[in-house]
Design a protein around this ligand. Structure first.
Ligand code: SAH
Ligand code: SF4
Length: 364
């Protein structure tokens, strides 16, 4: 018998923070009841379709020094690279040929004019090559309003900028204390992106040092209050070359961080029924079937990696990143089998804008 408490919570039309904390702490049958409800919500509101976003890890140079990230400016272990235009266009061609209707261009944060112009011209070339048939998401960090606008006008449609943690005090513990690493600035960037009519995605890391269950509940409430269109969140995984590595013995075990991530996905699906939620690669880094498990509790987006294999060893944000030696073709066939096993179908050829976004712009 499932306890009446969880049954009651899952029937509430609006979850309170207390409800969310309770759900994050569920175990055994109650946990399965949560997952069952999330799966039902996914089926009812977004269906069993999975959208592919081909991920291009464009460059690993970064001006920032986030304490958790392997490619932070202060880490000299990696060879800094930027993909050439033709390498990017080739990856885009792969996406097109294989009917991935959407790509994500991600990199370390660079704000110099040469980089901004390079991305702008690349976006124009992608638009021309694909005759506007591929939707482009950018994940290039905090930029000025002018830059966001230039990129939007050059052809970008969506932007992913994780808030990382919604608690400003916790943010301070995870970043150097200076102007480049500023929680309100990050929030402002999200607001600017929204104002410029991007489809906006954000997200958090789960299982960070100093992070509490109450923080995670607040993160979910933040997504709801911000009325976000897409979310990508996953477990924090320590990287040996980063300052947070010193806390490795104080962290939750990886399996618990993974389980907490599944619960975050499930609760978010219940809270925000028609948004797009990614089954993130960091989940697969902990559990080989991590992404499929996320699909089964509410996620509906997967980002197959299209970065040329020669660069992948230099884009290690965290340790044990999976698929570093699998090329795009191998990634694709391995994913197809896994997704069908999870009971979903791949929506080839569809842009897959979140229904939430479509309804939001009708209201605007
Ligand atoms: N530079 C851009 C995009 C690249 S980083 C930005 O920061 O927005 C993409 C994401 O990787 C970050 O938002 C962060 O949430 C995640 N990430 C970085 N280090 C990580 C780690 N050690 N474990 C899990 N995720 C990590
Ligand atoms: Fe740079 Fe993004 Fe890593 Fe921070 S998380 S160091 S901004 S790549």
């Amino acid at each position: 018998m499932i306890s009446t408490r969880v049954e009651k919570i899952l029937k509430n039309p609006i979850l309170t923070k207390e409800d969310i904390v309770y759900l994050l702490n569920t175990r055994d049958k109650e946990r399965l009841a949560l997952f069952g409800k999330a799966r039902e919500m996914k089926k009812d509101y977004v269906g069993n379709k999975v959208y592919f976003r081909g991920l291009i890890e464009y460059a690993n140079d970064c001006k920032k020094n986030c304490y958790y990230c392997g490619i932070r400016a202060g880490n000299n272990r990696y060879v800094r690279y930027r993909m050439t235009d033709s390498e990017v266009l080739e990856a885009v061609m792969f996406a097109q040929k294989n009917d991935y209707a959407s790509i994500v261009i991600q990199s370390g944060e660079q704000t110099n004019q040469a980089f901004v112009s390079k991305v702008e011209s690349l976006l124009k070339r992608i638009k021309k090559q694909t005759e506007g048939n591929i939707h482009v998401t950018l994940s290039l960090g905090e930029q000025s309003e002018e830059t966001y606008l230039r990129w939007f006008e050059a052809g970008a449609h969506r932007y992913l900028l994780r808030i990382e943690v919604s608690n400003p005090e916790l943010y301070k513990k995870l970043h150097p204390n200076n102007k480049t690493h500023n929680h309100s600035r990050r929030l402002e960037s999200l607001n600017t992106l929204r104002k410029l009519h991007y489809q906006v995605g954000t997200g958090v890391m789960i299982g960070l040092p100093f992070q509490t269950i109450s923080d995670l509940a607040d993160d979910l409430i933040f997504f709801r209050d911000f009325d976000v269109d897409m979310v990508g969140m996953g477990p924090f995984i320590e990287h040996v070359d980063t300052p947070l590595y010193q806390y490795k013995n104080d962290l939750l075990p990886l399996t618990e961080r993974f389980d907490l991530s599944l619960k975050m996905v499930a609760i978010l699906r219940i809270l925000m029924k028609n948004i797009n939620i990614a089954a993130t690669t960091a989940m697969q880094a902990i559990d080989p079937q991590g992404r499929e498990k996320a699909l089964m509790v509410g996620a509906n987006v997967i980002m197959p990696n299209l970065t040329p294999v020669k660069y992948r060893q230099d884009y290690l944000l965290y340790e044990n990143k999976p698929c570093v030696d699998e090329d795009a073709e191998e990634c694709k066939s391995c994913l197809e089998t896994r997704i069908h096993m999870a009971g979903d179908t791949i929506a080839y050829g569809e842009w897959g804008d979140s229904q939430h976004f479509q309804e939001r712009i009708k209201k605007d």
